[in-house]
Design a protein around this ligand. Structure first.
Ligand SMILES: [Zn+2]
Length: 153
């Protein structure tokens, strides 16, 4: 660990404490060059969660899948690529923050739709028809009319 005062890479750990829940380790270090003390915080990084598909099968999270799904939904629509990329990034951030081991693909779909809602209604419906797999045309209609109501209010 580089010393924040003199930037030398030579220190020793003088104290080490694990938080109550065991998820954080705080280490007090002392620089062997300038003698100043500083602390570091070590935390667990959980690998990305498994996605539970509608049929109950699990698969690992695949950003490319969401990206290509969005690109398909936004095809020939006035949605800039940058916005699509931003949605995918916010999904990754959200997954990272929730820290869950497993996430339903439906929940990811809903999260994406929530972002897509304000961008483009047509893309929203296209994406929704794939991800939410409406039971019938009435359910799709209800969903869309709700969206229209929200947009015109
Ligand atoms: Zn130092």
């Amino acid at each position: 660990m580089k010393c924040p005062f003199c930037f030398n890479d030579d220190d020793k750990v003088v104290d080490s404490r694990v938080s109550k829940d065991g998820r954080l380790t705080r280490r007090k270090r002392q620089c062997n060059v300038c003698g100043k003390r500083f602390s570091t915080l070590e935390t667990i990084i959980v690998s990305s969660p498994l996605i539970i598909k509608k049929d109950g099968r699990r698969e690992s999270f695949d950003r490319q899948k969401i990206l290509s799904g969005l690109i398909k939904a936004c095809e020939k629509r006035p949605v800039p690529y940058q916005s699509i990329e931003e949605i995918v990034q916010s999904v990754e951030r959200w997954i990272d923050e929730t820290n869950l081991k497993e996430i339903k693909s439906e929940d990811i779909g809903k999260f994406v739709l929530n972002k897509l809602k304000s961008l483009d209604a047509i893309s929203y419906v296209r994406f929704a028809s794939v991800y939410l797999s409406f039971k019938d045309i009435n359910e799709l209609y209800e969903n869309v009319s709700e969206l229209i109501k929200k947009q015109s209010s």
